[in-house]
Design a protein around this ligand. Structure first.
Ligand code: X5A
Ligand code: ZN
Length: 683
């Protein structure tokens, strides 16, 4: 399916005209500068000019009534002409909300901005986009303002998309640090909207302190199984906790759900430095979260701002999100890749709670934890804050400055010169493709001749060349690898009549280039002679060898997998096994080689390319021996990102496969910690 291109950006300065007029220490963080600072940072990174500007509009009363009661709408409308005293009084009717004479207008613009974004994406004008809005929406309920929110922008957008475009499956991902209880209540009984929220919970001590925010609130009636709550019971959650939540909870469910549109309730108060969240996730993690969601719904992704109160952290994270929507290569995630015990406990519990509703979970033997769910300090060291309120204020402002300085340096460190967003290949693939069915722009590179190749590999080619008669048969692989190493392109596809030899020489060449960690995924019959002992190469071999002597070790992992002919069951292995290992390893380069006798279909292989692209600053080399033109083209499309392969109907893997994954996970999770998703085994 050909995909629309382009990223919409919606920003209207008018939404900065809603502000707090009196003293209120709870609400004073929701400031107009949240919007303007984010927009200025986008300008600063030259991201605004790369987006397609879409104007906001006022949402109509009819649209607001898709979710809210007329009493609520009328109450909001009546505030436009109130004086300060009246505004203050009516604000007091709600938990954490303030009215300003402009609030109603701003809130209608926020709704309309979300709907404009949905229209831009659904009409194919753009592929994805972001709306910077105030006031936020996800706490707002049918009949009440709540938590800085007046109208539930994202919920209205979902109802609107269902109505106007006849959508039957919408995924809402709420990565704001607060529970979007408003959104949960609105869709609780609705199986057409899958709602996922993670949130600071601390065993119900954190606002809004509801029992309904816990992992056992799975939805009601027909909507059972379509509400996913992942409560964080400690503060200080970081990049690896968020990624583990995606790998082991959200993404498998989302792929099984197969949404037609993805909406993000995009709060950045889950990022480092936020006074509300007290979490540790750094801006680049939002690039990765965004990237994963771009693999769903043919890339139809609408990101709508919610919270985020540390201005610098908020704006850097907004920029990371928009850059990713624009398909720039992703920065590497920083920090130790190991989720904390409290996170693993929460992940385990939500998986257990959802086991009856998702095929993918059914065969896993997850059961509830009873005693661990109490407040126990057996788990991760809590960053307990025992200071008085006054001390806390002083510490807070020092802390804000410290984070500001940290982010200044951090962003310089993680930004790298971005290679052109190009996929390199040598002539054949291009020549064989019909431009009508294959609208991929490939960067065709001239293959090196014998002398050039010899010069390139002069200090180690001799034995390899002798063994393989002609260095030229490896030429395409080396030519493209060379372009990737020189940052002339970010990825590329090489056809090779001898994949084993090509991969062997490519690995050697990249180690000589200085890479410390190369992830090599082999599909089908490929024999390489890697030296994996020094840890500079990690091999994952996906094959259907019915147990030869080969078994897995830390750096050579064998996954016996024959993809189910009836459907695609490989997604569970990619999400629950390959991705966690890859993120634990943090490679500098990824080589994916497809040899003869492959046990995966085209969609399984495409899935690997799509999901691993976020790693190694997008440096991926594909080496393909198979002459199947459909395979080549699918890989090219996945790498160039011009169309999202539809990964098909996902069938759960057989018990045998589940057991294999479980066994491997137990064997390897001490080495590759992102594999951990359960507290019952191996910890
Ligand atoms: C949108 C959002 C937070 C409300 C906190 C009230 N709201 N204590 O982040
Ligand atoms: Zn929030």
């Amino acid at each position: 399916v050909a995909m629309a291109s382009g990223t919409a950006l919606i920003y209207d300065e008018a939404m900065t005209r809603h502000k707090l007029l009196w003293n209120d220490p709870i609400c004073d963080i929701e400031v107009p500068e949240r919007l303007s600072a984010s927009y200025e940072q986008l300008q600063c990174y030259h991201l605004v000019e790369r987006c397609i500007p879409v104007p906001a509009r006022e949402g109509s009363e009819e649209e607001i009534l898709l979710v809210h009661s007329s009493e609520h709408l009328e109450a909001a409308k009546s505030t436009q002409t109130m004086n300060e005293e009246e505004l203050k009084r009516i604000s007091g009717n709600y938990d954490s909300f303030f009215f300003h004479p402009n609030t109603y207008h701003c809130a209608r613009l926020a709704v309309g901005a979300a709907l404009q974004l949905v229209d831009s994406v659904m009409s194919g004008k753009v592929c994805n986009g972001m709306a910077l809005v105030r006031p936020p929406g996800h706490h707002s309920q049918r009949n009440a303002a709540n938590g800085f929110c007046l109208f539930n922008n994202v919920a209205i957008a979902a109802e609107y998309a269902k109505l106007k475009y006849g959508l039957q499956r919408i995924l809402i991902v709420d990565w704001d640090v607060h529970h979007g209880q408003g959104t949960q209540f609105i869709f609780e009984e609705d199986p057409s909207v899958l709602y996922f929220s993670w949130h600071r919970y601390e065993h119900q001590e954190f606002w809004p302190s509801l029992k309904e925010s816990d992992y056992d609130a799975v939805g009601l009636g027909k909507g059972k199984g379509f509400n996913i709550n992942l409560p964080w019971n400690k503060v200080g959650m970081g990049n690896s906790d968020y990624l583990a939540a995606f790998f082991h909870v959200l993404l498998p469910m989302a792929f099984e759900f197969d949404p037609e549109l993805v909406l993000v309730s995009s709060g950045y108060d889950s990022g480092i430095g936020d006074p509300e969240g007290q979490m540790n996730a750094t801006p680049e993690v939002f690039a990765h979260l965004t990237h994963f969601l771009m693999q769903l719904a043919h890339g139809k992704l609408c990101v709508i701002l919610e919270g985020g109160y540390h201005l610098r952290s908020l704006s850097e994270s907004v920029c990371m999100t928009v850059r990713t929507l624009l398909r720039d290569p992703l920065p590497q995630v920083t920090g130790e890749m190991a989720p904390c015990l409290s996170a693993i406990e929460s992940i385990h519990n939500v998986r257990a709670a959802h086991k009856p509703y998702w095929k993918w979970l059914m065969c896993e033997d997850t059961s509830f934890l009873h005693n661990l769910s109490t407040k126990s300090d057996l788990l991760k060291t809590a960053d307990t804050n025992s200071c008085t309120d006054d001390e806390a204020k002083i510490t807070d402002s020092n802390e804000t400055d410290r984070i500001e300085r940290f982010l200044e340096l951090h962003m310089k460190n993680i930004m790298f010169p971005v290679p052109p967003i190009k996929t390199a290949t040598t002539a054949e693939l291009k020549a064989s493709a019909d431009p009508n069915t294959f609208p991929v722009h490939l960067h065709v590179v001239r293959e090196m001749d014998k002398n050039e190749l010899e010069a390139l590999v002069s200090d180690f080619h001799v034995d390899l060349v002798k063994a393989n008669k002609s260095l030229l048969s490896l030429g395409s692989t080396l030519t493209i690898l060379d372009k990737i190493l020189k940052k002339e392109v970010c990825n590329g596809i090489a056809e090779s009549p001898a994949a084993s030899a090509s991969v062997t020489i490519a690995l050697r060449h990249s180690l000589r280039f200085g890479f410390q960690r190369v992830l090599c995924i082999l599909v089908g019959d490929i024999d390489i002679i890697p030296s994996t002992e020094d840890g500079k190469i990690l091999v994952i071999h996906v094959c259907k060898k019915e147990q030869t002597g080969e078994s897995s070790s830390k750096h050579y992992i064998v996954l016996n997998w024959k993809e189910d002919a009836a459907g695609n069951d490989f997604f569970s292995a990619v999400l629950g096994f390959i991705l966690p290992i890859a993120y634990s390893y943090q490679p500098n380069l990824i080589v994916i080689a497809v040899g003869p006798n492959r046990s995966l279909g085209i969609s399984g292989i495409s899935l690997l390319f799509c999901l691993l692209q976020g790693l190694a600053e997008s440096r991926i080399l594909a080496v393909i021996e198979d002459t199947d033109i459909n395979l080549m083209q699918s890989v090219a499309k996945a790498l160039a990102g011009v169309s999202m392969p539809h990964f098909g109907v996902h069938v759960p893997p057989t018990q045998e496969k589940v057991n294999q994954i479980k066994k491997l996970r137990n064997q390897l999770q001490q080495d590759w910690k992102m594999l951990q998703c359960s507290v019952s085994d191996g910890i």
